[in-house]
Design a protein around this ligand. Structure first.
Ligand SMILES: Cc1cc2nc3c(=O)[nH]c(=O)nc-3n(C[C@H](O)[C@H](O)[C@H](O)COP(=O)(O)O)c2cc1C
Length: 192
C-alpha cells in the first residue's frame, strides 16, 4: 500500500504550548500508523505580518515559499490550533495568508486544494478551543478551498489533560484523536 506523508504543526510557538503538545502527540500516533510524518514549528519560519504593499514590492518572503513547499511535499496536514478571542492565532493566520499569496504557475490555492487537513484544538478554557476549530475550518475550506475532514478533537482544561508522558489522560478523547488520525491517513492515501 502506498505510504502517505503527513505534515504536523501547531498554531502556537509558546513555551509549554498545549497545542504543540497535541501536535507532538499526533505525530507520535501517526508514526504508529506507518506513514511518513514531519512535525514543524512555525518558529522556524518567521514571517512579517502580511502586507499587500510589501508583497507587491518584494514578493512573499523566502519562508512563505519554504512553508508552501513543505506543504506540497505532504498529502495531509494536521493542525493543532489554539483559540485567541474565539478565533485562530495571528501566527497561524499569517502563515496561511502568506502561503496563499505565493504565486506560481498553478492556481495560488492549489496547495490547499490538493491536500487534506485535520484540525484539533486545546485550550485551558472549558470549551477546548472549539471556536478556533470552527474559524480554522472556515478559513481552510471557504477561504482556501481545502478539504477538511469532519472529525475534530477539542481538548478543554488542557492544563490537566495530559499525563506525565504527554499522552491524553482521558481515554475517550485519546481514542477520538486516533480515529481522526486514521481518517486523515485514509483520505491522504486517496490524495496521492
Ligand atoms: C489574546 C488571547 C486570547 C485568548 N482567547 C481565548 C478564547 O477566546 N478562548 C479560549 O478558550 N482561550 C483563549 N485564550 C487562552 C488560550 O487558548 C490558552 O492560553 C492556550 O493555552 C493557548 O494555546 P497554547 O497553550 O497552545 O499556546 C486566549 C489567550 C490569549 C493570549
Amino acid at each position: 500500500m502506498p505510504t502517505p506523508k503527513i505534515l504536523v504543526m501547531s498554531g502556537s510557538i509558546r513555551i509549554g504550548s498545549y497545542n504543540s503538545k497535541l501536535a507532538a502527540l499526533a505525530a507520535k500516533e501517526l508514526a504508529l500508523l506507518d506513514v511518513g510524518v514531519t512535525r514543524i514549528s512555525l518558529q522556524d519560519y518567521p514571517l512579517p505580518i502580511y502586507d499587500s504593499d510589501l508583497d507587491a514590492r518584494s514578493g512573499p518572503p523566502a519562508n512563505a515559499f519554504k512553508l508552501k513547499q513543505m506543504m506540497q511535499a505532504h498529502h495531509g496536514v494536521f493542525i493543532a490550533s489554539p483559540e485567541y478571542n474565539a478565533s485562530i492565532t495571528p501566527l497561524l493566520k499569517n502563515a496561511i495568508d502568506w502561503i496563499s499569496q505565493v504565486r506560481e504557475r498553478t492556481d495560488t490555492n492549489a496547495v490547499y486544494k490538493g491536500r487534506v487537513f485535520a484540525i484539533s484544538t486545546a485550550s485551558s478554557g472549558s470549551e477546548g478551543g472549539l471556536r478556533s476549530a470552527m474559524a480554522l475550518r472556515q478559513i481552510l475550506e471557504l477561504g482556501c478551498g481545502a478539504l477538511v475532514i469532519p472529525e475534530q478533537v477539542s481538548i478543554p482544561l488542557a492544563d490537566e489533560a495530559f499525563d506525565e508522558r504527554d499522552s491524553l489522560s482521558d481515554l475517550a478523547t485519546a481514542n477520538l484523536l486516533r480515529r481522526q488520525l486514521m481518517r486523515l491517513v485514509d483520505i491522504s492515501r486517496l490524495m496521492m
